[in-house]
Design a protein around this ligand. Structure first.
Ligand code: HEM
Length: 537
């Protein structure tokens, strides 16, 4: 080989080598680039989902400025979140949006809009979205959906028919006699009473007897009674905001599947709120299931409507309206749990707050005494459900208490499809809050809203006659309205009648004043420490 041809050969080899090297590098960078894209895509997508999309998608609705990732959580949890909702409505009007982390919430704070969403457009705003991954949710009422919910609700409704409500009154009086004894003792000793604590225990005893048919012993054994201890522990785990379980916090930022996964994992770790919630829910559900089985075994499908408890009725008589099918054990225990949770703290807070307001309002208190004494003279001492019509002022007191201090200050609905409400586009899947408490505080519908004035609910009062029919919604509205509202009104009225038959409550220097620093939360943030002096009348 000549030197020229050798040179050519070397050159070729070098050329092939560098081409291969260049090609390889190019390939490698393409592969790495693609890998990078594959790896980065979810991060970019998540960033888009958290940091950009919500603001872009909801830019047509006014509201507080969006912050990437956290949205408006800081403002929301600074006070109580329905207080933030109220303040925003003053700033942005009756239709606005804010962001719970990256999740947009559209708020409607107007009676007509409540009517539209809760009633007129019900089929498009049929369901609620849960913040926690509650395992009983698909079988109960509160977070069940569509046709299943309608069937379950139809089976439960007869529990709140008039004759049944009449049958719960003796259990209410039974529980109240224990409370009266405790109050009498406190009055004799000159000791103050913490009203909310007492009414909480009272409510557990009442709902325990009515729903489960068993004695929760909350008033006699609050510290060690297994049912009341479990119920209290469970209630503490159902929180949103500071002190909420990790799964709830995760649920603010991640899709439901991630939240469920975290909830499942946390349940395995002793001491976590998820574990405490799981154990106590299971304990109570097992009690409900055992009790239902025992009630079922006692008899056939006979008439167990009167003088029975919820579980007996649900296990033996209840039927889904259209199909006629019986409720399963899973459904029965889920409904029993919900009733226990939805029906205890809400009613207890209402009774406690009514006593609180009355302690500061001698005029209203004297009208209550007058009504009670008039009925007592006419022979009504332990009123049943049908007697309550004779206590219209006590009813007005309960209504005004629920207006001033809502234990259900927001109604939750989810848009099933793209909708237009008040000319505003609401995309499918959006969570909508009907800010009922904000309306309750609006002077257009309730003049001097910070004033406790039960007379505003006197049906003959021009203020009541002129009010928008959907301005006052403490129990919600439409087909998803509170299933237990008549039970709650019955319990609150009977409790107040019993208490004011015998006692007088006076504020102390350390009693909170209105407005309270802490407002009721959507789930369970009661006004605690309502310390009052109690006297025999
Ligand atoms: C003062 C007491 C109570 C208040 C303020 C209250 C308030 C509410 C509110 C605002 C809702 C949502 C309604 C809606 O979205 O339109 C609701 C739903 C519900 N409440 Fe009550 N409630 C009280 C007592 C009770 C009691 C005593 C029970 C049971 C015995 C109960 C069981 C339920 C259930 C099961 C739901 C879900 C209904 C459904 O989605 O079909 N509540 N409650």
């Amino acid at each position: 080989m000549t030197s020229t041809s050798k040179y050519r050969e070397d050159w070729k080899l070098r050329h092939v080598g560098s081409t291969l090297f260049l090609g390889g590098t190019l390939m490698l960078s393409i592969i790495m680039g693609q890998a990078l894209i594959v790896l980065a895509a979810p991060v970019l997508l998540a960033l888009y989902h958290w940091a950009i999309a919500p603001a872009v998608k909801f830019r047509h609705i006014a509201g507080p400025p969006f912050r990437p990732l956290v949205g408006n959580l800081p403002e929301l949890f600074k006070n109580e979140y329905h207080e933030a909702v109220y303040q925003w409505s003053l700033q942005y009007g009756p239709v606005y949006r804010f962001f719970m982390g990256p999740t947009p919430i559209v708020v409607l704070a107007d009676p007509e809009l409540s009517k539209n969403v809760g009633l007129t457009l019900f089929h498009d705003f049929h369901d609620r979205t849960a913040m926690q991954s509650i395992e009983t949710a698909p079988d109960g009422l509160v977070f069940s959906k569509g046709a299943y919910w309608a069937g379950a609700r139809s089976a439960v409704m007869p529990l709140f028919h008039t004759e049944q409500l009449e049958a719960y009154a003796p259990a209410m009086h039974g529980a109240l006699s224990k409370m009266r004894a405790r109050m009498t003792e406190a009055a004799a000793k000159g000791e103050p009473v913490e009203v909310k604590q007492l009414t909480q225990q009272l409510s557990f005893d009442i709902i325990g007897k009515a729903a489960f048919g068993v004695d929760f012993e909350a008033q006699t054994d609050a510290e060690t009674g297994p049912l009341v201890v479990a119920a209290n522990k469970l209630i503490n785990t159902i929180k949103i905001g500071s002190g909420a379980p990790l799964e709830t916090v995760v649920g603010l930022f991640f899709p439901r599947a991630v939240q469920d996964c975290i909830a499942g994992l946390m349940k395995l770790v002793p001491g976590t709120m998820e574990r405490v919630g799981f154990e106590n829910r299971k304990f109570l559900m097992d009690v409900a299931e055992r009790t239902a089985a025992e009630r079922r075994a006692r008899g056939g499908e006979d008439d167990v409507m009167r003088s029975s408890d919820f579980l007996t009725y649900l296990a033996r008589t209840a039927r889904v309206k259209d199909t006629g099918r019986k409720l399963t054990d899973r459904e029965i225990r889920a409904i029993a749990m919900e009733v226990l949770l939805a029906g205890s703290d809400t009613t207890a807070t209402t009774i406690a707050m009514a006593v609180f307001f009355l302690s500061y309002h001698a005029d209203a208190r004297n009208k209550v005494y007058k009504e009670i004494d008039r009925n007592a003279k006419a022979g009504v001492k332990e009123p049943g459900y049908s007697d309550l019509a004779k206590y219209s002022y006590v009813e007005q007191v309960v209504k005004e208490t629920l207006r001033m201090f809502s234990t259900g200050p927001l109604l939750i609905r989810t848009a099933k499809r793209d909708m237009h409400v008040a000319g505003t586009h609401i995309p499918a899947g959006t969570i909508v809050w009907l800010a009922t408490e904000t309306v309750h505080r609006n002077p257009v519908h309730f003049p001097d809203p910070e004033q406790f004035r039960p007379e505003r609910f006197d049906p003959h009062n021009p203020e009541a006659l002129q009010r928008h029919p959907y301005a006052y919604l403490p129990f919600g509205l439409g087909p998803r309205m509170c299933v237990g509202f008549k039970f709650a009104m019955e319990e609150a009225q009977i409790a107040l009648i019993t208490l004011y038959q015998s006692f007088r409550f006076e504020p102390r220097p350390d009693t909170p004043t209105w407005p309270l620093k802490v407002w009721a939360g959507i789930v369970l943030k009661p006004s605690e420490n309502i310390l009052l002096d109690v006297y025999l009348r």
